[in-house]
Design a protein around this ligand. Structure first.
Ligand SMILES: C[S@@+](CC[C@H](N)C(=O)[O-])C[C@H]1O[C@@H](n2cnc3c(N)ncnc32)[C@H](O)[C@@H]1O
Length: 237
């Protein structure tokens, strides 16, 4: 499976907004927050995959998958744990989890082209027992239930950029997550738009912070920062 790595323009930590998580102005809305953008992107990726077998972008790079897999291993997440990949894109992470032995995998994406691409990628890898569904996570009430682990790599970021419902989308996301995750279930989020502090604030109600996964840091102007935040939360009442 060949892949590129990346995160496009419009994505990037915004450290100015820690004091107001509901601020409408925390991001400039972007087409990266629209279904049309992703549908167009994955339609093209699907053609490329059919032509030359390249799955497209691995968001935040291969290491972003490895670090979550290492945590799953250390946390002794059982191989039969019910795992949901929220906004699966090309499904590359599903392939990696299946290769690690996880066998109760479900993925959703609101882009039909993403769903088709992920199914194609899984089929090429001879992985036949993963369920990939076309579902808008913000409209998923009653459609998904009882997951032990929910994984998000770049999807909350995309939802945060939606021009129509940035504020509502984030709130609906948290509520949907509470709905699908079992009590004491884990949520693993990788984000490049939100800092650790902002994520802790956003996922404070109904979730307990478990740990931060180590991500590359950079130095600029005498300060050290991280371009990506990867956090683990536990669902609590
Ligand atoms: C930055 S991409 C990340 C894809 C994948 N998680 C990865 O790491 O490669 C964001 C993904 O979120 C999906 N997405 C955005 N909003 C969504 C929503 N409301 N419901 C389901 N999927 C959504 C997009 O279609 C896209 O696949």
């Amino acid at each position: 499976m060949e892949a590129a790595t990346g995160s496009p323009p419009g994505y990037g930590n915004n450290s100015d907004t820690e004091e107001d998580r509901d601020s409408e102005t925390d991001f400039e809305p972007s087409n990266l927050g629209t279904k049309e953008y992703w549908e167009d992107a994955y339609r093209k990726d699907l053609e490329t995959f059919k032509d030359i077998g390249n799955v497209g972008d691995i968001w935040f790079g291969e290491e972003s998958m490895s670090r979550v897999l290492r945590w799953m291993d250390k946390a002794k997440i059982p191989e039969n744990a019910a795992i949901l990949d929220i906004g699966t894109g090309n499904g590359a992470f599903l392939v990696e989890m299946a290769k690690q032995g996880y066998r109760n995998l479900t993925a959703i994406d609101y882009s039909p082209a993403s769903v088709e691409l992920a199914r194609n990628v899984l089929q090429t890898e001879d992985i036949t027992d993963v369920t990939v569904k076309e579902i808008d996570f913000l409209n998923s009430q009653g459609k998904l239930k009882e997951f032990d682990v929910c994984i998000d790599k770049g999807t909350f970021d995309a939802i945060s950029l939606n021009p129509d419902k940035t504020k509502d989308g984030k709130k609906i996301y948290v509520s949907a997550l509470k709905d699908v995750l079992k009590c004491k279930g884990f949520f693993a989020i990788t984000s490049c738009n939100w800092t650790k502090e902002q994520l802790l604030d956003r996922f404070s109600d109904g979730f307990e912070f478990v740990q931060e996964l180590s991500t590359p840091s950079f130095q600029f102007g005498g300060k050290t920062g991280n371009s990506v935040a990867a956090l683990i939360f536990k669902r609590v009442h």
